[in-house]
Design a binder for this molecule. Sequence first.
Ligand code: FAD
Length: 391
Amino acid sequence: LTNQTLPYHFKTSNASIQDLNEINAAVRPGLLKIVNSDFFKYFKLNLFSECPFWDDNNGFCTNRACAVDLIEDDKDLPEYWKPEALGKINDLNDLDNQPIDAQDELLNQLCNKKFITGNHYSPLNCRDIDYCDVDYITNHPDAVLVDLVNNPERFTGYGGEQSGLIWKSIYSENCFLIDDKDTESLAKEVFYKLISGMHASIGVHLSNDYLDTKTGNWGPNLDLFMFRVGNWTDRIENIYFNYAIVAKAIQKISPFLQKLEFCSQYDNQTLNLLNGLSTHIDENIFHEELIFDGELSSALKDQFRVKFKNVTKIMDCVHCDRCRLWGKVQSTGYATSLKILLEMDNDPMFVINSLTKYELIALLNTFDRISKSVQLINNFEVMFNEKYNTD
Ligand code: FAD
């Protein structure tokens, strides 16, 4: 799996899978400290917002009780093994019962700068540069703070027709209307790789933290991993593609982190960790300027922006809370990476100043998810060789 050079159809990175594995081994300890720190472990979202795209009339279930389809026959399962229970969010730190001001207060104690909210229009080209609906996520009256560390991404039993249809509608956002057909197909390919890499990464996590309903034990399931991801070279590749994209976005904002002042009061340590992370990432890990073969038009960027905003909104149609949580975090993380990679060259400080706390939290947690996936792919490869290459 992992010894191959990435057969990129893209010329966006010269890094081989081996190079990315080595970078990952170097960044992993610092990244773990970051995502376990107080600032980065709380994410805010509205778990109860209605799916904005469809209703019962066209076959999707919007009723919370009916929406969780079972992968397995649940009749014989104990209550706590059912998807509703497995996909539940644990321990909202009692913050969900507190008024929104109290929740904000907690985060503001960790951070002495109020983040700008609302739409961000670049003064240079008068364009909206928001790639996700972060203002909606965080300012909604029903939004709650969730401790990501207490709610790991894992097998939830969520599946069947409902989740299949959600994935289908996410993939079908992949429709770009651009005069230049070559650019249009490149845009489609980049969008597809990003979504497929996110989808595959979720598959790696649920295969690794899998509940064996016969024994009641949690642990890695090699066969499930092979079925979902390991047997598909392109899915492995897309995970590494996403790794390179998110890593480059973090590397790109690193010179500006001190200027972010997002937490100068509470934590130089976190800033140091963030800076430490980027020292392991070479700027050549990904060449965003080569994605589209030439000048990237505002029209194309806008289409990417709208597509990604829709993907973050489609997550409101996911009726497994834990899946929705991580779906929101990761779609917001990828949207933030795109915002940094596609918009910063025009007007770096404007983009930096427009980054919200939650975009940053999502970015780092998405890097952690994809970084753990890379680590797990290597673990599964060892398991595979032990099981099947016995000579
Ligand atoms: P699905 O994964 O539903 O895939 C549907 C179809 O897409 C497949 O038949 C295949 O043709 C294609 N496909 C599959 N993978 C890829 C890929 N990487 N690239 C391109 N095409 C692909 N389940 C959990 O247990 N834990 C979670 O945390 C979790 N989070 C989720 C988050 C979201 C946003 C969604 C929509 C679902 C989530 N799920 C989660 C459910 C999980 O992703 C699967 O949908 C579910 O396990 C059923 O899997 P499946 O084999 O039927 O195929």
